[in-house]
Every structure is written in C-alpha cells, then in structure tokens.
Design a protein around this ligand. Structure first.
Ligand code: KE4
Length: 427
C-alpha cells in the first residue's frame, strides 16, 4: 500500500503537534510504523489520505458502534448545528440524554454531562472524596480511566501501599493517595481495604478491562467488590466509558447484574462527538455543585451537537435485535479467527465480551495486567503491520481492545479472517 500522502501529513503534523498526534496511541509507536492519516469513513470502512480503504475495528476507540457516518446521526448533527453549536446555557437535549442514560442504568438517578471520559472519572472521584470525606482511592493495575493526575499511578514498591506516578508531572504527593490492586484478585482488595480502614473514598474499575486488551471479570469478582464497598462505606465507581452501551444496552452492569454507586460513561453516548458523563445515586450526585459543595464545571458540557448525536445513537441501539446482531457478527469473527490461529505455530489467545475483543500474542489466558504483559508485543507489531497492509485497521497496540460495529458485513468478516491467516504467516 502507498502511504506517501500520510507520510507527508505526518511530517507536517510533527512540526506543530507533539508526536504529530492529539492522543499518543494514534502515533503507532507501539506497532513500529508511522500512522496513516484518515480522510473519511463510511459504515465499516475508513479511508486514508492516499485513498486506501480499511475495514475498521477501532471505531474511534469504541463510539462508532453504528458504523461511521450513520445517516440518521449525521442528519441529527447537521439539524442541531443549524440552530447553533453551543450556548453555554441549558437545553432540553441534555435532559433527554440524561433520562435515556438513567433508563439504561437504573442505579443512575442523576447524571452530569462532561466532554470526555477523563473528565467523567476525574469528577466522579472528586465527588466520591467530597461525599465521603476520605482521600484515598483504589484502582487496578492495567485499568485506564483517562489521564487525571490521581489515575496515572501504579503500585508503590515493596510494602509501601502508596502509589507512585507513572508520568512525569504527577507530584508524588498526589500519587500517594492512590492505592492499586491486582485485577480479578478479591483477596488483594480485601487486604488493602483492611490496611486502610475508613480512609478509602472509592474503588474504581473497568467492569471489563479494555485497556489491557480484553479481560473479563472473574466469576464473583464484581459482586465481591460490591459487597466490600457496601460493608466499608466505600463508593464503587464502575467506569463504563468503553463498555457502556457496548456489551449490552445497559453496559457491563446489565450483563453482570452488578451496580455501582457511581457510573462513568463516554464514547458511544456521544455518537462520535466529544462527550462524557457520570451519574449515580441521588444523595451522592446532589453533593455536586451547584446543589452541593463539590465543584465541577465545563464550558462545553452537554454540548447540543454531542447530545443530538448521542440521543440519535442510543435510539438506534434500542432497535430490536441490535445487540444480538453485534454478538452474532463478533462470534462469527471469533470462530473464524480461532480456526486460522489454531493452525498457526504462533501462540495467540483471543478474548472477547460481546462486540469488544483482543488477540493476545501469547498462550493466555489473561486475567490481569501481569498476564497481559507476557504478550509478545513485537509479534503483535508485525501482525498489525501486515493487517494494515491488507486493508484491516486494528487498534495499534497489543493492550487495546478492538470493536465490532453493526455495519460490518459477512464479507468484511471473511476478508478479516483471511487476512489474519496471511498475517500470522508473516509474524
Ligand atoms: P477519554 O478522556 O479518552 O474520552 O476517556 C478516557 C477513558 C476512560 N475510561 C476508559 C475505560 C477508557 O477506555 C478511556 C479511554 N480509552 C482510550 C482507549 N483505550 C482512548 C484512546 C486514546 O487514549 O486515544
């Protein structure tokens, strides 16, 4: 494939944008090649600046579950834009989307709209701290909740339960309030909670860990966390920015029937426009400004264009059999991949929940971050480059999830399966 135009655009971008991208993973550093610049998209396809077509499994990192440029979503954005892009004042659209979120998540009695998943989780954590009067938070290694300071933290060394920053610019003092546990390990959580009694404001997690590939919760893990939080007066924050409206209309919480005290959303609820949201129990949400003292704000929070795109998207997701079709397409792809990878000498392990999945370059299974790190990331890089060259756009990193859309056809899936067989031979 010719990427001449993308190379030119990348050189131009790097002169004025750090790394040439506005989000690091897009730079393709994890897969050993330069990024392609995308010009347009439609349905299951994206098209780069050189006119190459790709079957797309990134879907803007989750939002495009309807496929790109769904006519009804485009029409809703255009119609709303004709009345004004943003007012800095309340609109009925924000109420409509908030009501739809609450109908999908019965544990969400009130919702605050923001403009990204990072804002949603950052604000939910501040709310949990403000509501409980406690400072410490507990997260899980391998879970990503956006780039707020208190979340760019990993387990401290040795016995120290204090977190240490994973990024320059995060003061050690900020990180020390963040505790980290091993995903799917309830005993680890119990130990940390017991060692920090009365000091932990919240436990935050991805109910399906989509930022270390695709790691489902172990049997009893989510309910165990729910019970620990209830007993210790800890707020359970379930970060469904990725899984919300992805693995079921009511997200992972519907799938596993475990309810958080606060829920964070993003991606799909904006239909591809910048959006995030957090919501939960009334008595907690009412601690939020202007009703309560916990401050949180945003110029473009509840932006009319994003609300219209989100409302239209969720209405289409409610159509009969939508998630059944996503499941069928994803299961068909999984079955085909298992057939071709089964014949390959390269060790791979495919893990999937609904329309999100990951092929790890290792034997697996992967139940936590330490397992995920066992993957052969160089092999993944060779696989990624071969797939891209064959017109298949995968997430450009081993520790990311791929996403199915309703627009992916059987022909797309068969082409993908054939490309995998060829790519594995190249690995
Ligand atoms: P944003 O701030 O990127 O909208 O959302 C942060 C976030 C929060 N919670 C979860 C579970 C998430 O997956 C994310 C963001 N996901 C990444 C993909 N792994 C976004 C891609 C990127 O960083 O460019």
């Amino acid at each position: 494939m010719d990427h001449k135009k993308s190379e030119e655009l990348f050189t131009q971008a790097r002169a004025i944008i750090p790394g040439g991208v506005n989000s690091p993973v897009r730079a393709f550093k994890a897969v050993g090649c330069n990024p392609v610049f995308i010009e347009k998209a439609a349905g299951s396809k994206i098209y780069d600046a050189d006119g190459n077509e790709y079957i797309d499994y990134v879907g803007s990192w989750g939002p495009m579950i309807l496929g790109h440029c769904h006519p009804k979503v485009v029409e809703a954005i255009q119609k709303t834009a004709a009345s004004g892009a943003s007012f800095g004042a309340p609109t009925h659209l924000e109420t409509e989307l908030a009501e739809m979120v609450s109908q999908a998540y019965p544990n969400v009695e009130k919702v605050r709209m923001v403009s990204s998943g990072t804002e949603a989780t950052m604000s939910a954590i501040r709310l949990a701290r403000g509501y409980t009067g406690r400072d410490k938070i507990l997260k899980f290694d391998g879970c990503y909740h956006g780039h707020a300071d208190s979340l760019l933290v990993k387990a401290g060394s040795g016995a120290a339960t204090f977190g240490v920053p994973t990024s320059p610019g995060v003061p050690a003092d900020f990180a020390k309030y963040t505790l980290t546990a091993t995903y799917n390990d309830l005993e680890d959580v119990k130990k940390i909670v017991a060692a920090n009694q009365g000091e932990i404001a919240c436990i935050i997690l991805e109910a399906i860990a989509g930022n270390m590939g695709c790691v489902p919760p172990a049997e009893g893990f989510l309910q165990g966390l729910r019970d620990i939080c209830t007993a210790a007066g800890i707020i359970l924050i379930i970060d469904e920015v990725m899984t919300g409206f992805r693995v079921a209309y009511g997200g992972a919480q519907e799938r596993y029937n475990v309810r958080g005290d606060l829920v964070c959303l993003g991606k799909i609820i904006g239909g591809g426009l910048p959006v995030g949201a957090f919501g939960g129990k009334r008595e907690i949400m009412e601690a939020l400004s202007p009703e309560g003292g916990v401050y949180q704000a945003g110029t473009l929070s509840g932006n009319p264009l994003a609300m219209s795109a989100g409302i239209t998207t969720l209405k289409l997701l409610q159509e009969e059999g939508f998630y059944q079709q996503i499941e069928e397409k994803s299961a068909y792809l999984e079955k085909g991949l298992q057939q071709v990878t089964g014949n390959s000498p390269v060790a791979t392990c495919l893990q999937r929940v609904g329309g999100m999945f990951c092929t790890y370059f290792q034997n697996g299974p992967v139940v936590n971050f330490a397992d995920a790190l066992e993957s052969d990331t160089d092999a993944f890089g060779r696989y990624f480059r071969s797939m891209l060259d064959q017109g298949i756009n995968l997430a450009p990193a081993q520790f990311e999830a791929g996403f199915m859309s309703i627009a992916h056809s059987k022909e797309d899936l068969d082409r993908t399966i054939a490309a995998v067989e060829k790519a594995l031979a190249a690995v």
